[in-house]
Design a protein around this ligand. Structure first.
Ligand code: SAM
Ligand code: SF4
Length: 347
């Protein structure tokens, strides 16, 4: 049944320590019932910070000249994928700025094919490479990728227009999401919360959108301002506590009303609090995306100010992560894809 909008607004409006704890506890019991307490890892490879787009909130937007652009070599990317496999991660996420040129789309196809080869088809591959043509989405699916993350960012079209240049189209993004679904990918989307002028009612409508579009996975997080963007005036006065609370409320509300989707506890939460990602798991998330990008590239992939673990390599992150997850009584689903229970290929 379609969730009730007023109920979603009520959940998102929860205030006060005790009421918030009760919200997170309720979400956790729904999570236990519908998806369990195994956390699935997706090793995150930040393949390139070259982007043709200029989203006003994003630190690596094309209009920011203040840092060097990089693209990982084929060998480097493959080495990181192999690391993921050798360390028993079930899946990886390949993320980058958006590019549609042929050298890039061919590079990705070749990379997916090789990752499948070197991991004997066992490593799950999620892509987060922005808007592409149907033909390219198909090409990558046929090469072996099976999940795609494309955040809608906000479903309020007025707000969408304010956050993007005129040639970035909400409709096109929506069409891409539907194409991805049609092809057979597990579909992930999401939003940022705490955007300027965004209301609780807007967020409730976003959650109804997730329901209506029947999405399988959610990657959502607080908006965090970056000094090199048109939204830099929001850096002063930004409250980590408020952003974290809103991010956790969003996860909990989505878990309560959408029940069986995969929900990621994102790096943006960790940027706001050292234990932000564990708090995300306790509020209902079940997917974690450890950053396995070589530290030499991390400085170049700063979407927002205060990105965590800039100089921590994947092995170091790995040790502290396992301890942190054990400390909250959850287990890690090593060597498993951890597909969304919501997904059914026949749908
Ligand atoms: N370029 C692809 C795309 O936009 O779909 C994938 C990479 S993009 C960096 C991944 C996500 O980063 C975006 O969907 C956006 O929600 C998030 N992001 C960008 N700037 C952000 C910010 N300042 N705070 C929080 N998240 C941000
Ligand atoms: Fe590029 Fe994605 Fe950042 Fe937009 S959010 S500027 S598409 S990397």
């Amino acid at each position: 049944m379609r969730p009730d909008r007023d109920y979603i607004i009520q959940l998102l409006s929860t205030e006060g320590k005790e009421a918030l704890q009760a919200l997170y506890d309720k979400a956790y019991s729904v999570k236990k019932q519908f998806v369990g307490t195994t956390v699935y890892f997706r090793g995150l490879i930040e393949l390139s910070n070259i982007c043709a787009k200029n989203c006003y909130y994003c630190g690596i937007r094309s209009g920011n000249p203040d840092f060097e652009r990089y693209q990982m070599s084929f060998e480097e990317a493959l080495k990181e994928a192999k690391w993921c496999y050798d360390n028993h991660y079930g899946s990886l996420v390949i993320q980058a700025g958006e590019r549609e040129d042929k050298p890039w789309t061919d590079f990705i196809t070749r990379l997916i094919t090789s990752i499948k080869e070197v991991t004997k088809g066992k490593l799950g591959i999620t892509l987060s490479l922005g808007e592409q043509t149907e033909q390219i989405y198909r090409q990558w699916f046929q090469a072996g990728a099976h999940r795609y993350l494309l955040r809608i960012e906000t479903t309020n079209q007025e707000l969408y227009k304010k956050l993007h240049p005129a040639d970035h189209s909400f409709e096109q993004r929506l069409n891409c999401l539907r194409t991805i679904k049609k092809i057979g990918y597990q579909v992930g989307t999401g939003i940022m919360v705490g955007l300027p002028e965004q209301t609780i009612a807007n967020i409730a409508d976003d959650i109804l959108f997730f329901y209506d579009e029947d999405v399988d996975m959610l990657g959502m997080g607080p908006f965090i301002p970056h000094h090199g963007t048109p939204l830099k005036h929001l850096v002063d006065g930004f409250s980590n506590e408020k952003a974290l609370e809103l991010g956790l409320k969003l996860i909990a509300t989505c878990r309560i009303v959408l029940k069986d989707v995969n929900i990621a506890t994102t790096t943006a939460l960790q940027a706001l609090h050292p234990e932000g990602r564990e708090l995300g798991l306790l509020a209902g998330a079940n997917i974690l995306m450890p950053n396995i990008t070589d530290t030499k590239f991390r400085e170049g992939y700063q979407l927002y100010d205060g990105k965590p673990c800039l100089d921590e390599n994947a092995n170091m992150c790995q040790g502290c992560l396992s301890r942190r997850i054990a400390s909250i009584g959850e287990t890690i689903g090593f060597d498993q894809w951890g597909d969304s229970k919501h997904f059914s290929p026949s749908k």
